[in-house]
Ligand binder design. Sequence first.
Ligand SMILES: [Zn+2]
Length: 168
Amino acid sequence: MSTFCNAAPSVSWHTLETKYTKIVYQSESDLIKLDSETVYAHDWQGQSLSESVHKDFKVRLSHKVDVLFERVQQILDMRSKTKKVKIKIYPDKKALRLAYFALFYKKCRLKAWYLFERNTVYVTVEDIHAGMLAHELAHAIIDHYFSVRPPKATAEILARYVDKHLEM
Ligand SMILES: [Zn+2]
């Protein structure tokens, strides 16, 4: 018997480590998309991040994600030191759905989710935006802040509070 038909196409993952996160991605073009499509226009201290402060897009992207992370901590007023959150970036919706199926053995149409057991945010470059990433990072921060994880409904209210107040 051959196991050939079960062989999944091999995909290699790369990691971009930032101060608070580890961005895991498949190709540099996905990272570039993430940098250009994700509109974290401000660093919320008045400085525009869209200006090419950092010419190297990886440095710029890392900075944006870390600024967003700090903004989420600030909104929640939860600044405990946590392990770096993994942000797994899938190239498209199909790949994201397959990832969900591989984890939970059921279908789903979520655009993004956070899995505490792996301390990982799952997203696709097709759908990601600052509010969405902030929401999922909020779940990571909330779940690690309390000695006992809050109930799901409570965590969801707090995470939604973050996307509502992101721009203020
Ligand atoms: Zn949520």
